[in-house]
Design a protein around this ligand. Structure first.
Ligand code: SF4
Ligand code: SF4
Length: 390
């Protein structure tokens, strides 16, 4: 009698180092059980949406590593595809700015593999009536000028979202200077996450891959510590991939608001155990991984519904939600945090940022774009206690 094998939802494979031959073999191993790259036809244009958050070198573990991007480009080029790698980091979506980011993040090496680094800085607007929250938005046009999008994210912690994986990576579709406006439009993690799920529904990445060779723990997504996880993960669904990534860094679905938003729409099951994941993936679970978000499930309590719900969410936020805090001695007074803050919660006093926590929407843009890591995510005493007893 024939036995039917359930297709895999997510693969997790070892990749011990950023070494070209290892990287290519690991990518093949991760992608093959998902149907491989057979859908690519000669001449197809594939955009690889990397995570190029800002001017950080590959060894900081904040950006998708160029060795992996080059290896994927080679696999796509072997099938006759044209490959464009891009992102819109925080900052102007202009060619000079992008070129600086490409140079800092080592992306120029991908050109040697035959990939093109995106040079198109046009911006488009679109209506998206099927969206749950974001029915009209602005995006970087190069993402629409292709046959397929591959979302190539990085495994990192994130002050607001808990985890930066496949779903959050697509926020890079929004032009850098517009991002604070979207944070302001969707100030609570629940609505912000619904917006991120809308972005993924609009762009429909055909494949989502995660660079988890060196992950980032602690003060992510830009100033945390590199942590070796030695893995590459892949899925046809960014949300299913993220559910596995959260389990790898011992977070719950309720700790990651994008997962709650995906669950709400039936895009993921309730638990990772209900997914078909490649055999032996559990050996990559890292119980000592230093996360940021904690017991975010509490914060989803009706925060967008009614006055009582809002008031309760406000109390919980003050008690549990992490907040940005300046490490005074490290701050160089550059004012980047002041410029980027969408809620206008920061004033510069004697060249140091002063945060009004009543106005602060906990988006952590200030932390993400502080060039030297002087803006930290500070956890409350209650959140630390809850972390210990979970
Ligand atoms: S102070 Fe920081 S976390 Fe708070 S709203 Fe401004 S940028 Fe966001
Ligand atoms: S961005 Fe960082 S270094 Fe610059 S003023 Fe803000 S906290 Fe200080």
């Amino acid at each position: 009698m024939e036995t039917q094998t359930r297709p895999l939802d997510v693969t997790v494979v070892p990749c011990d180092a950023y070494e070209p031959a290892l990287a290519k073999a690991a990518l093949l191993e991760a992608i093959a059980p998902l149907g491989g790259l057979d859908f690519i036809r000669p001449g197809d244009k594939v955009v690889v949406k990397a995570n190029l958050i800002t001017f950080l070198k590959p060894d900081k573990a904040a950006t998708t590593h160029p060795v992996l991007l080059s290896a994927l480009s080679e696999l796509l080029l072997e099938r006759g595809a044209q490959v464009v790698i891009g992102d819109s980091p925080g900052g102007p979506f202009s060619l000079p700015y992008l070129k600086r980011v490409y140079a800092a993040t080592g992306l120029t090496d991908c050109e040697k593999a035959g990939a093109v680094l995106n040079q198109n800085t046009d911006i488009k607007e679109t209506d998206f009536p099927e969206a749950k929250v974001m029915k009209h938005f602005t995006y970087t046009a190069y993402l629409a000028d292709c046959d397929y999008i591959i979302d190539f994210c990085k495994l990192k912690t994130h002050g607001m979202m808990g985890l930066t994986g496949g779903c959050k990576n697509m926020f890079g579709a929004i032009p850098g200077t517009d991002k604070p406006e979207y944070h302001y439009r969707y100030p609570n993690p629940t609505d912000f996450s619904r917006m991120l799920v809308d972005i993924n529904a609009y762009f429909k990445p055909v494949l989502t891959i995660c660079d988890g060779v060196m992950a980032m723990e602690g003060n992510g997504p830009s100033q945390g510590k590199p942590r070796k996880m030695g893995l590459i993960a892949a899925s046809r669904s960014p949300h299913k991939l993220d559910l596995v990534l959260s389990a790898l860094i011992h977070m719950d679905r309720s700790d990651v608001p994008t997962l709650e938003a995906a669950f709400e729409r039936g895009l993921i099951p309730a638990t990772v155990q209900e997914l078909a994941v490649s055999e032996g993936w559990e050996r990559f679970i890292c119980p000592s991984f230093e996360t940021i978000g904690v017991k975010r499930g509490l914060l989803f309590t009706d925060e967008s519904k009614g006055l009582v719900g809002k008031a309760w969410a406000g109390i919980l936020k003050a008690a549990v939600q992490p907040r940005p805090q300046v490490k005074g001695e490290d701050c160089i007074g550059c004012g980047e945090c002041f410029k980027v803050c969408p809620a206008k919660a920061i004033t510069m006093v004697d060249r140091k940022p002063d945060i009004d926590y009543k106005k602060c929407i906990r988006c952590f843009c200030c932390q993400e774009f502080c060039p030297i890591g002087a803006m930290k995510v500070r956890r409350t005493g209650l959140s630390k206690l809850l972390e210990r007893i979970r």
